[in-house]
Write a protein that binds this ligand. Sequence first.
Ligand SMILES: [Fe+2]
Length: 203
Amino acid sequence: MVIETKKSAMDTFVAKTKELFASEPDLDKRWQALTPILSDLLADPAVVAASKNWPDCVPADGRAENLLFYVDDEYGFAINGLTKNANRGGRTRIHDHAHIYTLYGVLDGKESVERYDRLDDRSRPDYAEIKLASSVEVGPGEIDLVGPYEVHSENTVGQRTVAVIIRSQMGGTFNQGRYNPETNEYYESLGPRQTPVEMLPEA
Ligand SMILES: [Fe+2]
């Protein structure tokens, strides 16, 4: 009798990511090399199918919400889901992710990603000058690497969007930068609430 054991796409992703983290100490190179590994996860039909039923993330009390699929106890990286209802509309706040690296992979739907340059010398704690550097519409399979302190926003364009996000450290436990380009106000606050959800529920 042949017993077939098929690893889930998430198990494969985690195993490949741990291999990469063990072999590549340079953080910029490591996070660039993770992109094709995330591509495979985004392309997996079981993940795409399951994502149709992931619950909507709902911002509350000034904080975003992320679905938490996995945290690695050896390397600390986290796998998040982010689902945005089509009616949610509008823009996310312009922000950075503090010291962490993030891969933001679109799984379903389209949205626009805006990137900003920081222009001032960071000498004032409550002040930041930023300027729009690029605005790109992204769709399924596209991946954005967000390095430490890079300023950006992800905006819905009137449709449900789903992203899988890999972070070098689970969010929500440290402050992230917030930017208002109209007033040049800068402040910091906690990142997204983490709601544990099964990425691939048992059929
Ligand atoms: Fe972000």
